[in-house]
Design a protein around this ligand. Structure first.
Ligand SMILES: [Mn+2]
Length: 319
């Protein structure tokens, strides 16, 4: 897909050739939360942003209901330049609406930049940007895989705690156009009807890695078995077969499951005869996997098409 013309991108964003550092101040100006002359330092600004975004997402239900058209985005993992690249290709909100499926932090170097941008856009365009919780939006995980260290080194531990409290408020799943169920990981053996997700109160602090919330954030589909099995790859949650997918869809009146959570070389993978799609949106993951990324574009009529994020085009852009 050809990049959109540059006039669709906010002027405060760095160009793809510039190092993406500290966009918070400009992002907050864009979101209308401050003026350029605001004297606060970066940490204070980000904290204001977290508070505003938190107020907005807590007013949303735990299970979001979203109308198409929208683009679903998979794992980002602190790859800020790639996040900008995504917006450059498919348009900045509000010209395009997005549902992010979680895993904003860890692994990459710029988790704070990714969150600052996404939270700014959420505050500025709450009806065009939706954020779900991923398994890395959890202190038990992101204290080990990079985010805590990034906050400590570049900011302070208080900021990590504020983000952690924000993560506890994130919605857990979404339904697009009454037919497409979206979450970060997958289904749960304890989840029969999506009404159960509505009943989960937030803030929801994850204390142990079990139960419906944990499975929504961690489970994986498997083409190797039917029913449920312990998830041996992750040592957490379950894997589920295509029979589980079919039953869940038919009992809830849905057509499709869209989820993220798995590194896939082509950026997307289709399971269960097209009843489940996995997308992964961090191309060249960790700067060494050479995988492609993908987005899922869902049009007015719920017709889905893959937008590929090709590493070769990404490198051409930077050269
Ligand atoms: Mn994940």
């Amino acid at each position: 897909m050809a990049p959109l013309s540059t006039n669709t991108r906010p002027s405060w964003l760095p160009t793809s050739q510039e190092t993406p550092l500290f966009p918070h101040r400009k992002a907050l100006v864009e979101s209308g939360l401050m003026t350029l002359s605001c004297p606060h330092d970066s940490i204070n600004l980000i904290q204001i942003l977290i508070q505003k975004a938190q107020e907005i997402i807590l007013k949303e239900p735990t299970l979001l209901r979203i109308e198409p058209p929208i683009i679903a985005v998979g794992d980002i993992h602190g790859q800020f330049e790639d996040l900008l690249w995504i917006f450059q290709q498919t348009g900045f909100p509000p010209s395009t609406s997005y549902l992010f499926l979680g895993d904003y932090v860890d692994r990459g170097l710029y988790s704070v930049e990714c969150l600052s941008l996404l939270l700014s856009l959420k505050v500025k365009h709450p009806e065009n940007v939706y954020l779900l919780r991923g398994n890395h939006e959890c202190t038990l995980i992101n204290q080990k895989y990079g985010f805590l260290n990034e906050c400590k080194k570049r900011f302070n531990i208080t900021l990590w705690r504020k983000f952690s409290a924000f993560f506890d408020c994130l919605p857990l799943a979404a339904v697009i156009g009454d037919k497409i169920f979206c979450c970060h990981g997958g289904l749960s053996p304890e989840l029969k009807f999506v009404k159960q997700i509505d009943n989960i109160k937030r803030p929801y602090s994850i204390q142990n890695l079990s139960g419906i919330v944990n499975d929504l954030l961690w489970s994986d589909p498997s083409r190797f078995h039917s029913g449920w099995r312990p998830n041996k790859f992750r040592s957490v949650s379950y894997t589920f077969g295509s029979d589980v997918i079919e039953k869940f869809l038919s009992e809830n009146g849905f057509q499709l499951i869209v989820r993220a959570h798995q590194l896939i070389n082509s950026g997307y993978q289709i399971f269960a005869n097209g009843k489940l799609i996995s997308i992964f949106s961090a191309p060249n993951y960790c700067n060494n996997h050479m995988n492609e990324g993908a987005l899922l574009q869902i049009d007015h009529n719920l017709k889905c098409s893959i937008i590929r994020l090709k590493v070769s085009e990404r490198f051409a852009l930077n050269s």
